[in-house]
Design a protein around this ligand. Structure first.
Ligand SMILES: CC(C)(COP(=O)(O)OP(=O)(O)OC[C@H]1O[C@@H](n2cnc3c(N)ncnc32)[C@H](O)[C@@H]1OP(=O)(O)O)[C@@H](O)C(=O)NCCC(=O)NCCS
Length: 134
């Protein structure tokens, strides 16, 4: 939660994380010597995986942690026989978009007014996907 509240203007609540763990989503931390540097959450259902959260603590960013977590999730998705991995990202989130594009994700659509934004507004989400079928 310490990382989550620093990483996002509209962070997940502890209840959302607890629900994800309870329903059996893939919930992973990247930990070194007892320090959590990043984490992510992915659901897998009906051949489709969905990355729901990916966060790296501010002082550990740009050191490959996000890439390591994402590669781990892609491996898990393959192991669960998923054909596709999807995720949403704010169009303003250049670091995340660059990371996902480097891993081969493509933009496949826009979800209008998906995210909460300042002043009670909503922001669109880009929908990105990566095919695991070759
Ligand atoms: C997005 C995020 C997970 C990236 O994690 P990270 O560990 O810093 O990423 P990596 O070090 O693996 O970077 C991989 C590539 O992503 C891109 N990237 C990462 N941070 C970037 C930045 N600040 N500016 C531009 N590109 C960036 C680069 O292409 C980078 O490769 P390079 O360092 O060789 O140039 C991290 O910035 C974060 O937690 N942000 C806040 C939470 C968030 O927005 N999560 C995503 C929600 S969809």
């Amino acid at each position: 939660m310490d990382i989550e509240v620093r990483a996002y203007g509209f962070p997940w609540t502890e209840g959302i994380f607890r629900d994800c763990i309870r329903v059996g989503y893939c919930c992973w931390c990247y930990e070194v010597n007892g320090v959590i540097h990043g984490y992510g959450v992915m659901s897998v259902a009906a051949g489709e995986s969905h990355i729901l959260n990916l966060s790296v603590r501010p002082d550990s960013q740009r050191q490959g942690v996000g890439t390591k977590l994402m590669k781990h999730f892609l491996q898990l998705a393959r192991r669960h026989n998923a054909d596709t991995v999807m995720l949403e990202v704010r169009p303003s989130n250049t670091p995340a978009i660059r990371l996902y594009e480097k891993l081969g994700f493509n933009e496949i659509g826009v979800r209008r007014k998906y995210y909460p934004a300042d002043g009670g507004q909503r922001e669109d989400a880009l929908l990105l996907a990566l095919s695991l079928v070759h």
